[in-house]
Design a protein around this ligand. Structure first.
Ligand code: AFP
Length: 343
């Protein structure tokens, strides 16, 4: 018989972990705890589809476009519906907002409303699905601002520093849920044999020594001189002769996750020189702010090049922002380069 002491780490399910965290707050009603647990359950349902995507014959476009004019894939729809149906009736939410929808998603009038709003990108990186590349779900939770009744737009248009919780699920070689309620970042890996998320990455901190820079270098001709110089700096044009390796998947959750664990910077800058993306591509509320919350909780930082992402007051659900995110010194370096442009 094997020695039981060989395995020193405890086996902790996400359910138990979330509950234990709640017990530190005697005033907590359990609404946030249950909301996070429902998201973990949604993740399992979505993961069961992403892993069978090819087999189930659900690959391919639906032929429709989302509010940004991008093609919607069938798995997007499944993820969207799953998260909505898991959360519309629980009495924990005042409203939801999804990257796939132009307006806020109200709670049906026959169900009670609650004190939180949930914003989510149901399946980020979905253009990669057909190629078996990792995709992800991103979520952000705010406390509602309005006092009662149905949730309103102003409940969703809050800056990232007000976030109560945020996280993502990555559907990759394994499925992981990574989240923070403002007390560190914790990662759980789904054991498909037992259908449980188990704590695998407690208290994630971005390593001090960065390894990677991540950017779509194909757009380089459209970058401003500051971004060009910053990229050269990352490639070794610096006093320390520190040259980082390039890794870019084109699936934000996967790129962010790798750099969170390995150290590095991801950026999606604004395009100049007649480029079609003057504000970059990524959405403040569904992508930049929740990941910025996680980055800061892990000792990193996120900026739009001139200011902290978490300090940006949103003006619309679909607002885009340039994004620099990851190891703090690397993101601050980007801000330094951007300042030279302003001067
Ligand atoms: P899709 O959901 O259309 O695949 O877009 C993914 C994404 O929003 C984000 O996950 C990536 O970081 C980024 O776009 C990749 O964009 P580029 O293809 O322009 O590099």
């Amino acid at each position: 018989m094997s020695d039981r002491r060989t395995f020193s780490s405890k086996i902790v399910t996400i359910e138990r972990y979330i509950l234990e965290q709640q017990s530190d707050y005697p005033e907590a009603t359990g609404a946030l705890t249950n909301l996070l647990y429902d998201l973990a359950l949604s993740a399992k349902m979505i993961a069961s589809h992403t892993t069978r995507a090819g087999l189930a014959g659900i690959l391919g476009d639906t032929g429709e476009e989302n509010v940004y004019g991008e093609e919607v894939q069938k798995l997007d729809e499944f993820a969207e519906r799953t998260i909505y149906r898991m959360n519309d009736h629980t009495g924990r939410l005042a409203a939801m907002a999804s990257e796939e929808e132009a307006d806020i998603i109200p709670i049906p009038p026959n169900y009670p409303t609650g004190k939180y709003v949930l914003m989510y990108d149901p399946l980020d990186g979905s253009s990669n699905i057909d190629y078996n590349v990792s995709v992800g779900t991103i979520f952000a939770i705010h406390r509602r601002r309005t006092l009662q009744g149905p949730g309103a737009l102003e409940d969703c248009l809050q800056k990232g520093s007000n976030l109560v919780a945020a996280g993502y699920i990555i559907y990759g070689s394994s499925t992981m849920m990574v989240y923070s309620t403002g007390r560190g970042v914790h990662g759980f890996t789904l054991d498909p044999r037992i259908g449980e998320f188990l704590l695998s990455h407690p208290n994630i901190r971005i390593p001090d020594k960065p390894k990677y820079y991540s950017v779509n270098q194909g757009y380089q001709p459209k970058w401003s001189p500051a971004i060009q110089k910053y990229t050269a700096w990352l490639q070794g044009d610096n006093d320390q002769k520190m040259a980082l390796s390039l890794r870019y998947i084109g699936s934000l959750v996967a790129d962010f996750h790798r750099n969170l664990l390995a150290g590095g910077v991801f950026y999606y800058p604004a395009e100049t020189k007649g480029g079609s993306k003057p504000q970059g591509k990524l959405r403040l509320l569904y992508e930049a702010a929740p990941l910025a919350f996680l980055a800061e909780q892990a000792g990193g930082y996120a900026s739009d090049g001139t200011q902290r992402i978490l300090d940006i007051e949103p003006t619309g659900l679909q607002q885009r922002v340039p994004l620099f995110i990851g190891s703090r010194p690397l993101v601050e370096k980007a801000e330094e380069f951007m300042k030279t442009e302003e001067a």
